[in-house]
Write a protein that binds this ligand. Structure first.
Ligand code: NAP
Length: 251
């Protein structure tokens, strides 16, 4: 019976488990199972793999997206470019291959958001510099969109929130929130921006999907901007994982 699962430290609410359990049901795959694997440290991974010889695929979440690396036999270019692994493929020959599907999930969500004719000369601000921000950066580079990363403590080049003048916000029509600010239950929080500088020409993409409309998106919508939350990205990254586990994608 093929097993799949999510690897993390604290896994109370798992979109992935709900998504794949429903998918197995829809596809009549009654022998497929999706489990939650909470590990206190990555040293427990070899024991987990030995105890679950039928594992065919893992999703990986905080804090193990980088720590899983030494346990892999190979890393696909998606993960190498982002510097993080959120999907592990179990090949038939026993080799473990790391992938990153957050990147493709965001890239495709953004393409749908901007439509077939994105504004010429579009430039972006990426708020936050964590793991998801790295996936967003790679996607923006793929799409040829210039950007600045905005961080509380920028290393080397990059902007701080104090650099975000109204003029700078006007010059960057795409703003992507990769910080957790505004996530349930702290729904009143939002990144510190000069929101009054937003216009109907702006596109605000949040990676947060709960709540469906964050304070960041509410303020954008109030200014007439186009807004999108992280739900499509979430579904696209899960679907990309499924295709990898089915052997349908050669990376
Ligand atoms: N929709 C999806 O499919 C999807 C996929 C992945 C992640 N996400 C969401 O994206 C968000 C970030 O995930 P992640 O894995 O990148 O997390 P992370 O590694 O913890 O990074 C979040 C970054 O946000 C900034 N940040 C954190 N707390 C902040 C605060 N109080 N004020 C201002 N900035 C703060 C930090 O950047 P600086 O230190 O540079 O300021 C931090 O590196 C989460 O909400 C997650 O649920 C969604």
């Amino acid at each position: 019976m093929p097993e799949f699962g999510l690897l993390g430290r604290s896994l109370k609410h798992s979109f992935s488990q709900t998504y794949f359990t429903q998918k197995f049901h829809n596809l009549d795959l009654a022998d497929h199972h999706y489990e939650l694997f909470e590990l206190a440290t990555m040293h427990e991974l070899p024991g987990l793999l030995a105890a679950h010889p039928n594992l065919r695929g893992l999703n990986v979440t905080i804090p193990y997206k980088e720590q899983v690396w030494p346990f892999l036999n190979e890393v696909a270019s998606s993960a190498a470019r982002v510097g993080a692994v959120n999907v592990v493929e179990f090949r038939a020959d026993g080799r473990l291959v790391g992938h990153n599907t957050d990147y493709v999930g965001f890239r495709e969500s953004l393409r749908h958001f901007l439509g077939p004719r994105p504004p010429a000369g579009l430039r972006a601000l990426v708020l936050g510099s964590g793991g998801a921000s790295k996936a967003v950066e790679v996607a923006l580079r793929d799409l040829g969109i210039g950007y600045w990363v905005v961080s509380r403590n920028p290393l080397g080049h990059g902007l701080t929130y104090d650099d975000l003048t109204p003029r700078l916000v006007q010059e960057h029509a795409l703003i992507i929130n990769t910080t957790p600010l505004g996530t349930f239950p702290d729904v009143q929080e939002c990144p510190p921006l000069p929101y009054a500088a937003l216009t109907p020409q702006h596109y605000l993409h949040d990676l947060i999907y709960n709540p469906t409309e964050t304070e960041f998106l509410k303020r954008g919508a109030a200014a007439g901007a186009q807004v999108k939350n992280g739900f499509e990205m979430l579904c696209l990254q899960a679907e990309a994982a499924w295709q990898i586990w089915q052997g349908e994608v050669k990376w």
